[in-house]
Write a protein that binds this ligand. Structure first.
Ligand SMILES: [Zn+2]
Length: 79
């Protein structure tokens, strides 16, 4: 069970299914988010909950499941 300060402050026991499954519209628009850390949306791609987004159909089931062919074709080192 996932919990976080955001959920505890709202008296819920688990994260809502849509918690951080989409990028914050303010951040995506190049603006500061008025909710800051209280925002339920991701402020960076690394904050996205991919598993929940796939379950909700927001991302394809194959999202980030294979290495990028273009990256490998360039001979770039894996990081
Ligand atoms: Zn936000």
């Amino acid at each position: 069970m996932l919990t976080c300060a955001w959920v505890r402050r709202r008296g819920q026991g688990v994260l809502p299914d849509d918690f951080r499954t989409q990028l914050c519209a303010s951040i995506a628009g190049g603006r500061a988010c008025p909710l800051g850390a209280q925002c339920q949306h991701a402020h960076a791609p690394g904050q996205l909950r991919v598993d929940a987004a796939v379950r909700r159909g927001l991302l394809p089931a194959t999202y980030k499941t294979a290495l990028c062919a273009a990256h490998l074709a360039d001979g770039a080192a894996l990081a």
